[in-house]
Unconditional design. Structure first.
Length: 117
C-alpha cells in the first residue's frame, strides 16, 4: 500500500509548525529502543572500566620497575658499604695485633691457609 503526499498536506504541516506548535513525539515508538540504550550503557561502562584498569596496571608496572631498580641500587650500595666496613675492621684488627707484637711499621700481611685436619 503506497501513501502519496500531496502539496496540500505539506502546506498544512508547515503552517502548523510556523504557528509555534511543536509536534509531539510518540514515546511508544521509542519503547523498543530501550534494549539498545541499556546495551550501549553497559558497553560504555565495561569499556570505561577496562580503560581504567589498563591505566592502573601501566602505573603499577612503572612503579614496580622503578622500585626494582631502586632496590638493586640500594643492594649494590649496601654491599659496597659492607665491604668497606669489613676492610676497615680488618685494618683496625691488624693494627691492634701489630701493637701487641711491637712490630710497628715492619708488619706485613700474610695470607694463611687453614687446612682441615
Amino acid at each position: 500500500m503506497e501513501r502519496t503526499v500531496t502539496q496540500h498536506t505539506l502546506v498544512r504541516a508547515t503552517a502548523v509548525n510556523e504557528t509555534g506548535f511543536r509536534p509531539r513525539v510518540d514515546l511508544r515508538r521509542l519503547r523498543p529502543l530501550w534494549r539498545h540504550a541499556v546495551f550501549m550503557m553497559c558497553l560504555f561502562s565495561v569499556i570505561a572500566f577496562a580503560v581504567a584498569v589498563r591505566i592502573d596496571v601501566q602505573q603499577l608496572r612503572k612503579d614496580l620497575d622503578r622500585n626494582g631498580r631502586m632496590q638493586r641500587e640500594a643492594g649494590i650500595l649496601h654491599d659496597r658499604l659492607q665491604l668497606e666496613m669489613d676492610a676497615r675492621r680488618r685494618a683496625a684488627a691488624m693494627e691492634v695485633v701489630a701493637r701487641r707484637l711491637n712490630l710497628g711499621t715492619a708488619a706485613s700481611v700474610v695470607r694463611l691457609e687453614v687446612g682441615n685436619e
